[in-house]
Design a protein around this ligand. Structure first.
Ligand code: AP5
Length: 208
């Protein structure tokens, strides 16, 4: 299966991608995770993209397309979380491979803003928690690797606002792009992660 998850910041793309990837053993590729890792490890890529992430701006298309062309190679199946995010990226992806479905998450801004304010992440292993929906067993400690949890750098209020504006301007128009290709499916992102997951599986059931 070749799947793209599209949705505003905090809509649950990463959470759902992780579930699908585990259950069906499909590779999940999250551009946000790759870029954050690169920043954390202070690689050349990390140094080039650090300021964009901090400010909630999109990393330039050339950098992303280059990165994704290496990651996609000749993969037969994948779940893309956070890519494509602009029209040039969508066109770049289309030139490389076909896509079965693009799933667009739908939920109110108030819900996603509240989810982002409760998100905590492990900088070491990348695990994601929610203070109310999916809290760690020990306060501020990662269940998986025992490291300290943090608020993501771009989850500060002013940066969240910027990320939403960027999403509306650059990424939301992709819904029309994929609607015309008849591969867009809307997903109600309200409710618990398990409820959303059940709906997601129904939407793509003829491909998994
Ligand atoms: P990226 O990491 O992709 O950020 P994003 O799209 O803003 O999405 P998030 O990771 O914030 O949220 P999510 O939808 O994955 O939600 P999650 O599952 O974590 O990108 C970060 C930055 O990298 C960008 O701003 C940009 O600078 C750069 N970048 C990345 N890709 C790029 C590209 N292609 N081009 C250019 N630049 C790029 O859930 C959020 C919280 O809610 C968590 O705490 C979770 O536990 C909780 N939660 C999830 N589901 C539920 C539920 N159903 N109920 C209650 N809580 C829930």
């Amino acid at each position: 299966m070749k799947l793209v998850l599209l949705g505003p910041p905090g809509s649950g793309k990463g959470t759902q991608a992780e579930k699908l990837s585990k259950e069906f053993n499909i590779l999940k590729i999250s551009t946000g995770d790759i870029l954050r890792d690169a920043v954390h490890s202070n690689t050349e890529l990390g140094r080039r993209v650090k300021e964009y992430l901090l400010k909630g701006r999109l990393v330039p298309d050339e950098i992303i397309l280059d990165l994704m062309s290496q990651k996609l190679g000749n993969l037969k199946g994948f779940i893309l979380d956070g890519f494509p995010r602009t029209l040039p990226q969508a066109i770049g992806l289309e030139k490389r491979t076909d896509i079965d479905f693009v799933v667009a998450f739908v939920l109110p801004n108030t819900t996603v803003i509240s989810r982002l304010s409760k998100r905590r992440v492990c900088i070491k292993c990348g695990a994601v928690y929610s203070l109310d929906a999916n809290p760690p067993l020990r306060k501020n400690i990662c269940d998986r690797c025992g490291s300290k949890l943090r608020i993501r750098d771009d989850d500060k209020k002013s940066t969240i606002r910027k990320r939403f504006l960027v999403y509306k301007r650059e990424t939301k128009p992709l819904e029309d792009f994929y609607k015309k290709k008849k591969i867009l499916r809307y997903l109600d992102g309200n409710g618990s992660a398990d409820e959303v997951y059940r709906r997601l599986k129904k939407l793509i059931s003829n491909k998994v």
